[in-house]
Design a protein around this ligand. Structure first.
Ligand SMILES: Nc1ncnc2c1ncn2[C@@H]1O[C@H](COP(=O)(O)OP(=O)(O)OP(=O)(O)O)[C@@H](O)[C@H]1O
Length: 877
């Protein structure tokens, strides 16, 4: 018998129609009190959420996998799905099932993706959650490079930023902003992975979205402006396209209430110290290759609020270049360090401030709960004493912050009058609106409670009157309130009671009195709930006018929290105020590494070191020393001290005078990239090349063991050539070069501004003692074998290594090596013209003694040939 295909049920038909619109999202389909997933979605959901996978319509044509969870667990399960990289479409019931006889209307109310999220369980309070969009335009170039537009948007805070530049620049921004999701055109998929790798969570959009006109229209429509001129971004052609794409994506994911995204700013890169992505990584500012390692942000983050935490990350990513702005921050920190009680008071109030930036975003998008609105009010209340402390201080910058903080009186008063202090998270739980705010609500509440009391009293009275001890009063949807009597007491029922229903063990009756009260009570609670929701919605809508003020408060509290954090940091870690000026010198006295000094085993103290660099006499310091002696620590602490100073913090040093730095470059000789399968040396050279092409007069360059990724000869030659280039470059960038190659100490004889230093060690009989002190002078040899010993290498290997070393040091090959190196300095072939070259002198002589007026064309050609021969001879020699 032919199998008859069963028809799709209406529910599955509705599901399939909705799913077809969101093919790449996992669809959570609300059915009654559950969110259900079907088919492949169910398989994925059951794996990610560890929930049971079952079958729907088993054995039928429409059999499909099914997995679901109760609707009230959405906040638990949704973050897990999003963190697992899923895009989640939430499909809700759009009407009350009680009000409809046919299938309930359903539709997607929100599409949650990693970059577009509000849920507190998905977001990290001290980190932004950026959605990025990228637009490549290879037809337009910037200095020969591709030009790329980029936008960053955090829907949870309302921040919206844009910029454009070449691959290196955009790569650095991606590294700084760490977006949770990156939008790219489908056509540019490959280009993106070629330029930025595969580490980002990406989503691909249709190409038509990436159009200048469409972007302009989307942005101006959103900001309700005619042009983008007011934002200073209209000349960022690609940046504007990327920004338009980000906004477009928000509407595609059903986010249409975006009043909190009130402005878009240009990332003004010229205002900040340039650090490329290698530097950010090498200095371990936020991340480390070792997951357990402590990073700089871990040490310096003493902020209390979420706004402060996020602001500090931004400050660290974008250190300042303008001395006056930096000094203003130092000035406030200094005031707070000296006025400890003010600091403590401000911080004690900041503790009571919630994430007002995200709370106000939730208000704009209508996703706020009653309890959160009360939280917002309490946070704004905590700002009042901060405002007075700051305004009354005798520090100018602090006063300005105090004056700019809004007291938001009207807003606070209205929330206080409207909401119950103990308002619930879920408005349906009731008791959201304060007593005395709305008379209708008050009456209904009275009725509801007095009605219940009345019923209780009635129950007692009737039990007594009739002598029926099993009396019960309850209600149902069919005939409302009733009195229930057990069969055993049936004969005691008064005549006037009207029997409505007979059950197995009991009978149900209604009475006149019950009917009267029912009319009043029935529905009172439902009406209470409706009024509460309406009043709450009105309040939230009314609050929209305060979005800007609250955002400004959030911003100012973020700043103040960072500055207070710097003061705490200075006090607890003994940091000192640096001085900054427009000179080119860097003078650090007793500097320390902010992270290592906090990691040392108990009892050990960090050995502080002096570092001096300028453009006149000590431009490049060649630091030699054995492995593990502390070379890298000196390099990094120098960069970190400059960085800390320029973000406005005090620094781990007794004294630091810093000529403003505008770029920091650090490169570490390759050794860890082998696992990536690339030529490590190639990586190292690529990275170094980008420094050499970008240095400026105010650059600080740190090179750590550059050249070690290849053979010794190659390594020394390259290290030499790089140092020589930096020395001869007109920018004369300040440089620290840590190296194993003590042969490089020879350079100082030829290059006046290169100075040798070494990290002192004390050689014991068969061991070395690390003194960790940077002292003048080069070092004679490496100490690798001692370190091998420290690492617990077998004695046999150590003895053999010592023997070979002794041999090599005496042998021909060792001398050859040194000779070769020595000869380098006689053979300085600079890319910049060496005017002392004797050949140049000869050629000059030839040309000067030639009388051009009497020279025939043939003679001129012969002269040229003669000069050519001189050059060829020299080359052959
Ligand atoms: N000034 C210091 N005071 C105390 N301990 C230090 C100091 N400098 C470095 N150290 C300790 O020594 C360890 C090694 O330092 P570092 O990595 O800077 O050495 P290195 O000379 O660069 O070694 P390698 O050549 O093997 O890379 C650090 O991890 C730290 O624990």
């Amino acid at each position: 018998m032919a199998k008859i295909a069963k028809k799709e049920t209406p529910l599955m038909k509705q599901y399939n129609a909705i799913k077809a619109k969101y093919p790449d999202a996992l669809l959570l389909f609300r059915v009654g009190d559950f969110y259900e997933t079907f088919g492949e979605d169910a398989v994925k959901a059951s794996q990610i959420l560890d929930i049971i996978l079952t079958k729907r319509g088993a054995g039928s044509e429409s059999e499909t996998e099914l997995a679901g969870f109760p609707h009230h667990s959405l906040n638990t399960y949704l973050p897990k799905l999003v963190r697992a990289g899923q895009r989640v479409a939430i499909c809700d019931q759009l009407e009350d099932p009680k009000q409809t006889k046919t299938i309930v209307k359903r539709g997607v109310t929100e599409l949650v993706t990693p970059g577009v999220a509000f849920n507190d369980d998905i977001l990290h309070s001290k980190s932004n959650n950026f959605l990025a969009s990228i637009h490549f335009d290879s037809s337009r170039t910037a200095g020969g490079d591709k030009r790329i537009g980029v936008a960053f948007l955090d829907i949870s805070t309302g921040e919206f930023l844009t910029s454009q530049g070449n691959v290196e620049y955009v790569d650095k921004l991606l590294q700084n902003f760490q977006p949770s999701e990156v939008l790219i055109s489908k056509k540019q998929k490959l280009t993106f992975t070629e330029d930025f790798g595969t580490d980002f969570h990406t989503f691909f959009l249709e190409d038509w979205v990436f159009q200048a006109d469409y972007a302009n229209e989307t942005l101006t429509k959103h900001f309700k402006t005619k042009t983008l001129k007011g934002f200073g971004i209209e000349d960022l052609y690609e940046g504007v396209i990327a920004s338009g794409v980000a906004l477009h994506y928000l509407s595609e994911t059903r986010h249409n209430q975006l009043e909190h995204i009130a402005t878009i700013s240009r990332i003004a890169t010229d205002d900040y110290v340039w650090m490329d992505k290698f530097t950010i990584r090498n200095l371990e500012l936020y991340h480390s290759t070792n997951a357990n390692a402590v990073t700089l942000i871990n040490i310096i983050d003493k902020t209390i609020s979420a706004m402060g935490g996020r602001m500090l990350k931004r400050w660290l990513a974008l250190p300042l270049k303008q001395a006056d702005k930096i000094k203003q921050r130092h000035n406030v920190v200094s005031y707070l360090v000296d006025n400890n009680t003010v600091l403590e008071k401000i911080q004690s109030h900041i503790k009571h401030i919630g994430d007002i930036e995200r709370l106000i975003s939730k208000i704009a998008t209508g996703k706020v709960s009653p309890r959160e609105v009360v939280q917002l009010k309490n946070s704004l209340e905590a700002i009042i004493p901060i405002k007075s402390l700051a305004s009354e201080s005798d520090n100018e910058a602090l006063k300005i912050i105090g004056e700019q903080l809004h007291s938001c009186d009207l807003l606070r008063e209205r929330i206080k009058a409207t909401l119950n202090e103990e308002a619930p998270v879920n408005i349906l739980k009731g008791k959201t609106i304060a007593d005395g705010f709305n008379s209708e609500l008050d009456e209904l509440r009275d009725l509801s409670t007095s009605g219940k009391n009345y019923l209780d009293a009635m129950l007692e009275r009737e039990s007594e009157r009739t002598g029926i001890t099993s009396l019960k009063i309850a209600s149902n949807n069919v005939f409302g309130y009733y009195i229930e009597v057990r069969n055993t007491h049936k004969d005691k029922v008064p005549e006037e009671w009207i029997r409505k229903q007979t059950l197995v063990n009991a009978e149900r009756y209604i009475t006149e009195e019950l009917k009267e009260y029912e009319a009043k009570i029935l529905g009172a609670e439902e009406r209470i709930s409706i009024i509460e929701q309406r009043l709450f919605e009105d309040l939230v809508l009314w609050m929209h006018q305060f979005i800007k003020q609250v955002q400004q408060n959030a911003h100012l509290i973020g700043q103040l929290d960072c500055l207070c954090g710097f003061a705490t940091l200075a006090i607890t870690n003994n940091y000192k105020m640096p001085t900054l000026d427009d000179s080119f010198a860097l003078n650090i006295r007793n500097g320390r590494h902010p992270v290592i000094e906090k990691q040392l085993p108990l009892g050990e103290t960090y050995i502080a070191n002096d570092v001096y660099l300028d453009r006149e006499s000590q431009q490049i310091i060649m630091i030699t020393g054995p492995n593990m002696s502390g070379k890298s620590a000196i390099l990094r602490q120098t960069a970190l001290i400059v960085l800390l100073a320029q973000i406005g913090s005090f620094v781990p040093a007794d004294e630091a005078n810093i000529g403003l730095v505008d770029k920091i470059f650090t490169r570490v000789g390759a050794s860890d990239n082998i696992s990536m399968g690339e030529s490590t040396f190639m990586v190292e050279m690529n990275e170094t090349a980008s420094i050499l092409n970008n240095i400026s007069e105010r650059s600080l360059v740190l090179l750590d063991e550059i050249g070690r990724g290849t053979s010794t000869y190659d390594g020394i030659s390259i290290a030499w050539a790089i140092s020589e280039y930096l020395h001869e470059h007109p920018a004369k960038p300040k440089t620290l070069f840590a190296t194993h190659y003590h042969e490089l100490n020879e350079m100082t004889e030829t290059f006046g501004r290169i100075k040798n230093f070494n990290v002192a060690v004390k050689e014991l009989k068969d061991n070395v003692l690390f003194l960790r002190k940077l002292v003048e002078g080069g070092s004679e040899h490496s100490f690798g074998i001692h370190v091998a010993k420290m690492a617990g290498m077998p004695q046999q290997v150590l003895r053999r290594a010592n023997k070979i070393l002794a041999k090599l040091e005496k042998s021909h090959s060792s001398e050859e090596l040194t000779d070769k190196v020595r000869s380098l300095k006689d053979d300085v072939q600079l890319s910049f013209f060496n005017l002392d070259d004797p050949l140049l002198e000869d050629i000059k002589e030839e040309i000067l003694t030639t009388d051009i007026d009497t020279l025939t064309p043939v003679e001129a050609l012969m002269k040229l040939n003669e000069i050519k021969r001189m050059l060829v001879k020299k080359k052959q020699a």
